[in-house]
Design a protein around this ligand. Sequence first.
Ligand code: M6R
Length: 365
Amino acid sequence: DKANYRHFMAKEIHEQPEVVGQTLARYIDTACQRVALPVKLPFDFREVRRITITACGTASYAGSVAKYWFERFARVPVEVDVASEFRYRESTLQRGDLAIFVSQSGETADTLAALRYAKAEGAHTLAVVNVPTSTIARESETVLPTLAGPEIGVASTKAFTCQLIVLAVLGVAAAKARGELSEDEEIDLVRGLVEIPRLMSAALTTEPQIERLASDIAKARDVIYLGRGTSFPIALEGALKLKEISYIHAEGYAAGELKHGPIALIDETVPVVVIAPRDRLFEKTVSNMQEVAARGGNIVLMTDAKGAEEATLDTFATIVLPDMPAAFTPMVYAIPVQLLAYHTAIVMGTDVDQPRNLAKSVTVE
Ligand code: M6R
């Protein structure tokens, strides 16, 4: 049931603070401010030489964000691939490698085939899934559930942010096991995680502004999304959300790649959505924005108060999100990109929950 919302997608976007909170409660011991996985892992992170993360669509972007976390916190090399490539490219898994699979439905054909391949190669398999009775959950050696509840809208929203939570906790757990994290650092990261539901609620208050902006985005033929670091997969996710439900062409790029080709697309008709929390890469992204502005591009900047103040350039719109620790901005910045896609689709009059040509669960390859 849609409660009082017009679409399941709207309901699911708004449920995020709550379901992310529930997922966190399963993975964090709040009393002692430590990560606490709900299952005992059948491997030792100290012995893991390499992690592969495999998924499709939005779930693969959760994996791409997690790569930054595993590498930065736990200093372990990570490869991320979409399942349809991973399963056929004869990826060189070794016994003892950790192969992570991320899926809302747990039934995606390519992800399941990739899981079977990794098992046959002797890797440890771990699935982050939302449907606990699914085939991927059943066949994986370890299952870490997301507690998003049923996701009905074809466009994945709350499953994505819950996947990010589980992967973030796993990254912290890996760092701890590998001796890369002091007790204080762990407490700091856990404090940051616990704040996320509140920050997501604050991010939802940008909705009226985003709704107004949507009528301009709806006029565009192409929209570009830019981000660096963990904001790069959020740019990809923003572009995927927009194309899948509004049918407007959109592309996400790593901000630094702009001048290697995509900048040729920029003119006054192309909105450029920049995901740029005021983190250590902010200055770099600002200089990319200047390049966009110099070519007449219309910038929609998603940042925090400090970022809005420091980015002294004319934007078409600036969406101000709450200040927060840099590590976990993806969970919060996912919200305005979801809202922008949703409200643009409303203006376009598309079928938001059941966009054309798409199925909720892709059980054929
Ligand atoms: O059920 P899964 O998470 O395995 O599905 C993967 C993709 O099909 C899915 O995320 C798809 O990209 C969404 N429609 C995106 O919103």
